[in-house]
Design a protein around this ligand. Structure first.
Ligand code: GCW
Length: 611
């Protein structure tokens, strides 16, 4: 028998949704009856206007909208009431029409870069799930407007490839039916070379047999699931197969698949995460952050209309801080999707607290409006009781949905809304929790990778410090610290990466003086005695930031202990906080010792740095 699922930020919805609620409007009626009674507020009536689709409007006691608009409106109404705020009164429309969650779940039940337990819907090579838990998840996703779920890892392994084949489609169809009442459509990651597994001699996108193979597959998928969202592809990246094997471009590869699914209204999401992952560290002519732009910018205008090119927010790979990917500015004639990562691969692995909404706000401000037409987030979900490992990691799923709906929403208001819905703390404690979350990234950045220094992590698992861990490796991720200096010159005089930005953006990074401190060592190679704008030397800033970051983590521990969170969140959060503090001390001491040994520079404040 399944346990009652945790309610995360929707504690007032404390019963399962009956299986006969098979449309968003029926779910909305059920949820309003349940939630409004629990909250002691009047139950609005629904006016379904199919033309409105995802839009909704709350007017007095009526929620008008399409499907799933009325469901979004129902949650918006109840969440506002639960938070003691007014529901929105104007017509509500999402900024991005596609608000995707990409899970990196494998068919064997493991989750690549998963920090919240095993997969919620795979085990033993097959789809299988717990109904109440999936309905609770559907409720969570609909409450923040996520509308597409990619079911499997972009690294497609054998059993997952079967999802869209005759063996797998009946179960996929059932999962689609489970999420449909929540306005969530499914997507699947596919393997570019799949025709070969079916005995074909090639997967060349220009081969007619290959084109026929994919058309037939698409016909079968959409016959089983008419509202299926589309396919996601990782090609020619980290040893995945792709069009390069056949001397074809990524536009040729993507368009071939896009044409197979276009008659069904499907979208082909093609990831732009392509770089040389077999680099020789001695090779200074290759600079990994330049890779995506070099591959894709020349293809602007060549992708079909139903292709979405999905670009990670930064040019590397979800480091604590990166500049916005120049590819996002370079392709005005291509439909782009922005990819962010809720899974905290490099940002604390759902042990260390790291609230992302402030970071997404920076992104929204950096990107001109309508540069991207969709967003995707790598999921942080798993089978842990609380869905996200750390109970506070739920703020990132909640915040992501809010960001995808309205990228300009105030991040502090979003974080506060989540905190209030989840915990209902007295005002001073709520303030303390919001403050802790809002500063969590800054603190994490300081004790791990300040000043734009990425990649000092332990190889493979990516948790904990290892300053030289990736220094002589294949992945193109070097800081080149020596006894005098650290960082990479990526200006015109260096690797030339800076030249990939539009002219007016270049100036803000072009000189060490103009470049913001938090990206200085990403763009520049600086001597340890370089004077920062605040008068401190670079080496002193490295020491200070690591000491301050670690002290910040220790203070977070005190704040957390005084919050009096309800159980089991309190125990879960406190247990993880012990690990976070241990991690922060390790980072402080390892990184400071590394730089002191190299530079010979003493800490001006005489704090303990090891020999
Ligand atoms: O950096 C890498 C991650 C991989 C991931 C890859 C990607 C799914 O470490 O685990 O693979 O990014 O985004 O494709």
């Amino acid at each position: 028998m399944s346990k009652v699922p945790r309610r995360t930020w929707l504690p007032f919805l404390d019963a399962d949704i009956p299986a006969n609620c098979d449309t968003p409007a029926k779910v909305a009626v059920h949820e309003l009856a349940l939630g409004c009674a629990a909250l002691g507020v009047s139950t609005p009536r629904l006016a379904v206007a199919p033309d409105l689709g995802e839009y909704y409007m709350i007017d007095g006691d009526t929620i008008a909208g399409g499907e799933p608009g009325v469901l979004y409106g129902a949650y918006a109404y109840m969440m506002a009431k639960a938070a003691g705020e007014q529901p929105p009164s104007s017509l509500q429309k999402p900024f991005y029409p596609l608000r995707m969650l990409d899970s990196w779940d494998n068919a064997d039940g493991s989750v690549e870069r998963g920090y919240a337990g095993r997969s919620l819907w795979f085990e033993g090579g097959k789809l299988c799930w717990d109904g109440p838990r999936i309905r609770q998840l559907g409720r969570m996703l609909a409450s923040v407007g996520v509308n597409v779920l990619c079911v499997n890892n972009v690294n497609v392994r054998e059993d997952a490839a079967l999802l869209i084949e005759d063996e797998g489609l009946p179960e996929l169809r059932k999962l689609a039916a489970a999420f449909r009442p929540f306005g969530v459509r499914l997507m699947v990651s596919i393997e570019f070379s799949r025709p070969i597994a079916h005995g074909m001699p090639t997967a060349d996108p220009l081969d007619e047999g290959v084109q026929r193979f994919w058309r037939k597959r698409a016909d079968a998928v959409w016959a089983a699931i008419p509202d299926f969202a589309g396919f996601l592809v990782k090609a020619d990246s980290e040893h995945r197969p792709g069009p390069f094997t056949y001397g074809r471009t990524h536009a040729e590869g993507a368009n071939m698949l896009a044409r197979a699914i276009a008659p069904h209204g499907g979208v082909l999401v093609w990831r732009a995460f392509v770089y040389n992952c077999m680099q020789d560290w001695r090779d200074t002519s290759t600079d990994r952050p330049k890779a995506a732009y070099e591959t894709y910018a020349p293809l602007d205008g060549q992708f079909d209309d139903n292709v979405l090119l999905q670009v990670k927010n930064g040019p590397f790979d979800f480091q604590v801080r990166e500049p916005v990917s120049p590819t996002l500015y370079a392709m005005p004639r291509t439909r782009l999707a922005l990819e962010v990562q809720l899974a905290q691969e490099y940002t604390g692995q759902q042990i260390d607290i790291y609230a992302m909404p402030p970071m997404w706000r920076e992104l929204a401000e950096a990107l001109p409006p309508r540069t991207v037409s969709a967003v995707a987030a790598v999921s942080n979900l798993g089978r842990d009781d609380n869905y996200t490992g750390h109970p506070f990691a739920a703020v990132n799923l909640f915040g992501y949905g809010r960001f995808a709906w309205d990228p300009h929403a105030d991040p502090e208001a979003v974080v506060r809304r989540w905190a209030r819905l989840s915990y209902h703390l007295p005002k001073d404690r709520e303030d303390a929790l919001v403050d802790l979350l809002m500063h969590s990234r800054e603190i994490y950045e300081k004790y791990t990778a300040p000043l734009g220094l990425g990649w000092m992590v332990n190889p493979h698992n990516h948790y904990g410090p290892n300053p030289s861990g990736y220094e002589y490796d294949l992945w193109g991720t070097y800081h080149k610290a020596n006894r005098d200096a650290v960082g990479i010159d990526r200006t015109a005089a260096g690797t030339g990466y800076l030249l990939q930005y539009p002219e007016k953006l270049r100036a803000q990074y072009a000189t060490p003086e103009a470049c913001p401190d938090n990206l200085k060592l990403f763009f520049h190679r600086l001597r340890y005695d370089y004077r920062m704008a605040d008068g401190r030397t670079l080496i002193q800033r490295i020491y200070d930031d690591h000491f301050e970051g670690c002290a910040g983590a220790e203070r977070m521990g005190e704040t957390l202990a005084a919050l009096d969170l309800p159980e089991p969140d309190r125990t879960e959060a406190l247990e993880r906080m012990e690990l976070q503090i241990k991690n922060a001390r390790e980072w402080r001491d390892v990184v400071n010792t590394f730089f002191r040994r190299l530079s010979g520079a003493e800490d001006e404040k005489g704090r303990k740095i090891y020999d």
